[in-house]
Ligand binder design. Structure first.
Ligand SMILES: [Zn+2]
Ligand SMILES: [Zn+2]
Length: 117
């Protein structure tokens, strides 16, 4: 587990009425807070102004849990490690891993565009 204090929760914002988490759109109850996830996490060298996905806190936690799991395995995310995680959580984690290991700015997934505040 990482204890890096720079791996922190990004700004949480109240969600507008009717907002749905783009990662898991069927959350019930509907999340009332969305958070900014830096696809290239700042704690892993990502830029402050890098691509950000606006996602709910639960999916944000999952994304970082998966990133930490990958970090603990030399940034490898192999079959089985992501069992139980939502498909888009895995997608965000893979984009983050690619950015970290290649030091290149990731693209924001099309489904996440416009969700960052
Ligand atoms: Zn994040
Ligand atoms: Zn979510």
């Amino acid at each position: 587990m990482s204890t890096d204090p720079t791996v922190v929760r990004d700004l949480a914002l109240a969600t507008p009425a009717g907002w749905r988490c783009p990662v898991v759109r069927w959350h019930r109850p509907t999340p009332h807070v969305r958070e900014r996830h830096h696809v290239w996490p700042k704690g892993d060298g990502g830029p402050q102004q890098g691509p950000q996905a606006g996602i709910c806190g639960a999916c944000h936690n999952d994304t970082h849990a998966l990133l930490e799991l990958a970090r603990d395995h030399g940034w490898l995310l192999v079959a089985g490690m992501h069992a139980g995680y939502a498909e888009r959580v895995v997608e965000l984690a893979l984009l983050g891993i690619h950015a970290i290991t290649t030091q290149t700015l990731p693209a924001l997934p099309a489904w996440a565009e416009g969700t960052a505040a």
